[in-house]
Design a protein around this ligand. Structure first.
Ligand code: NAG
Length: 303
């Protein structure tokens, strides 16, 4: 009797073990087949040239290009940047932040949007004009650990030569961009947003660095792409824009940029991948009535 019980127990025990293992296996298969849940849209992996350990350890660069109506420039920009950065072994991806609303162009807000979009996967951004192509290989797009790196210095920029100029191409790491609350959202129309950003950096105690060992000058450090047809800049000033945009903005920035992303596109130019993000910036006309001006853009005479 005792032996029978023991036998029965052994049999049921081994049966149970088999069933348990079976169930575990089936559950495991089921769980493995489920899609991985992520709370955000997967971003393109930065392009990595070579797979050396050194490259893997490198920081990822998001090239953020504020954009509207510059298709010709884009066709030239993308292959150029791939060729240029390949030599430096920098893992990067290009994000074209295209403004799709009817307001005046707002470069700084588009940069804020580009930063927010890329910050989970990238360690630093290059805010990059689409019409400024680096030519000198000593312009290194390295991780700007100790402070923002102004690639297009006043000594080498084709057009702007004042000391505090930081427009064109500026590299900044994520922590520093967040530290200064990003850029002001008040600058609709052309100009001054970069000068305001300079004051933000200075007030935060950040030193702007510039590339060293540059033996080229204003003529041959960059290629400044000019569209064949004369393109007018929107330098209009309406309402109290002039007064407000001359002053440091201590209110707006990364935390309150108002926008919607209509859609995003993975595009290739000459087989080189980029991401186009179509953004609708939302203007609060109580705060910045100059986001739309009624007078037409003045056409400068072509010499
Ligand atoms: C616009 O800004 C004003 C002043 O800050 C605020 O009172 C108002 O609610 C804002 N309007 C919208 C539509 O967000």
């Amino acid at each position: 009797m005792a032996m029978n019980v023991l036998m029965a127990y052994r049999i049921s025990s081994s049966k149970c073990l088999t069933i348990c293992l079976g169930v575990t296996f089936i559950m495991g298969c089921f769980l493995a087949s489920l899609p991985i849940q992520t709370d955000y849209e997967a971003l393109p992996k930065p392009i990595r040239y070579g797979i050396s350990a050194r490259t893997q350890a490198k920081k990822n660069l998001a090239i953020v290009v504020p954009f509207r109506d510059r298709f010709e420039e884009l066709l030239e920009f993308v292959p150029h940047m791939y060729q240029f950065l390949k030599k430096q072994n920098i893992p990067f991806h290009i994000f074209i932040i295209q403004q799709k609303d009817n307001n005046r162009f707002n470069r700084a807000s588009l940069i804020n949007v580009g930063f927010l979009y890329t910050k989970k996967d990238y360690d630093y951004i290059a805010m990059h004009d689409v019409d400024l192509l680096p030519l000198n290989d000593n312009l290194k797009y390295e991780y700007p650990e100790s402070g923002p790196l102004h690639i297009s210095s006043p000594q080498t920029h084709p057009k702007y030569h004042y000391d505090t100029f930081i427009g064109g191409i500026l590299l900044i790491k994520k922590e520093h961009f967040e530290m200064v609350k990003g850029m002001s959202n008040n600058y609709w129309g052309w100009g001054l947003e970069d000068d305001e950003f300079y004051v933000r950096l200075r007030d935060a105690g950040l030193t702007v660095h510039r590339p060293e060992n540059i033996n080229t000058g204003t003529e041959n450090t960059f290629k400044h792409v000019h569209d064949r047809t004369y393109r007018k800049r929107d330098t209009r000033k309406c309402f109290n824009q002039r007064e407000v945009t001359r002053r440091r903005d201590r209110v707006t920035g990364l935390h309150d940029v108002s926008y919607e992303i209509d859609n995003t596109h993975s595009v290739t130019i000459d087989s080189l991948p980029i991401t186009v993000i179509n953004v609708r910036l939302i203007c609060n006309k109580t705060v910045t009535p100059w986001c739309q001006c009624s007078e037409p853009v003045k056409t400068k005479k072509v010499k």
